[in-house]
Design a protein around this ligand. Structure first.
Ligand code: PLP
Length: 246
């Protein structure tokens, strides 16, 4: 990994500006305001100093998929931002093991990857203990791909009924990945299926549940995701173009 330098700072700034522009274009194409879509900058590919160059470029929401990587970066960010008014919001986008909950929960503003009732129960207990409401998205697998993570769509009605009764969890939406990281029609159909599933689930709950957030879309398929209603896109690789391979 290259060291953070003036050269990497410039590349990261350019990448961030391009991603913001790309998201704004996709919003315009879908007749949506661009502040409808939160860009979660996925920092899992780089170290803490490079991550902070992305923050300096303007990205204030960061996603990590491994708790052990999030912890030290959060600490680094906190100390390097202490003197400024700037802050970073951390989102956990990958699987969270129950034995990592205690250390992770106080550091994050959103969990995108709730995928079992056991995890939900443990999260609820810890959230109550420390007195927070954790914004949480349920990860759903709408692809036919067994290797993808998340709950099958058929399990969601019962899962949501149980999870929404747990104190400390604020269920705010669904997260999904397409089976086609390069985008295209199949990715778009899968994202549309996630939106329809969300609509059915909220209708079925008779207004008890609102699930306004849809976390879907990555570097290769965020345009399709935004066209189908994504409110959060999790973008990694294209932010580090020219940094990791150049
Ligand atoms: C790594 C990762 C991303 C980012 O994917 P890119 O294709 O690098 O943009 C998004 N979501 C999750 C869950 C990830 O693990």
């Amino acid at each position: 990994m290259p060291e953070a330098s003036n050269a990497t700072r410039q590349i990261i700034q350019r990448n961030w500006d391009q991603v913001r522009g790309g998201v704004a274009d996709a919003c315009r194409a879908a007749s949506r305001p661009s502040d409808d879509v939160l860009i979660v900058g996925v920092s899992k590919y780089v170290d803490a100093p490079l991550t902070m160059q992305l923050v300096a470029a303007g990205c204030h929401t960061l996603g990590e998929n491994r708790p052990q990587a999030l912890w030290p970066k959060q600490e680094y960010a906190e100390s390097s931002l202490a003197a400024s008014n700037s802050a970073v919001s951390w989102h956990m986008i990958g699987h969270l093991q129950r034995n990592k909950i205690r250390r992770t929960l106080p550091l994050i503003d959103c969990l995108h990857s709730l995928d079992s009732l056991r995890l939900a129960t443990a999260l609820s207990e810890e959230a109550q203990r420390i007195g927070i409401q954790l914004p949480t998205l349920v990860e759903v697998n709408v692809t036919r791909d067994e290797s993808k993570t998340g709950l099958p769509a058929s399990a969601l009605p019962e899962f949501l009924e149980q999870a929404s009764a747990l104190p400390g969890l604020a269920l705010q939406g669904l997260m999904a990945m397409s089976s086609r990281s390069a985008g295209g029609d199949e990715a778009r159909r899968e994202f549309a299926a996630v939106r329809q599933l969300r609509d059915e689930l909220t209708a079925r709950s008779g207004g008890q549940l609102t699930l306004p957030e849809l976390s879907m879309g990555m570097s290769g398929d965020f345009r399709e995701a935004i066209a189908e209603g994504a409110t959060m896109v999790r973008i990694g690789s294209i932010l580090w173009d020219g940094v990791l391979d150049g």
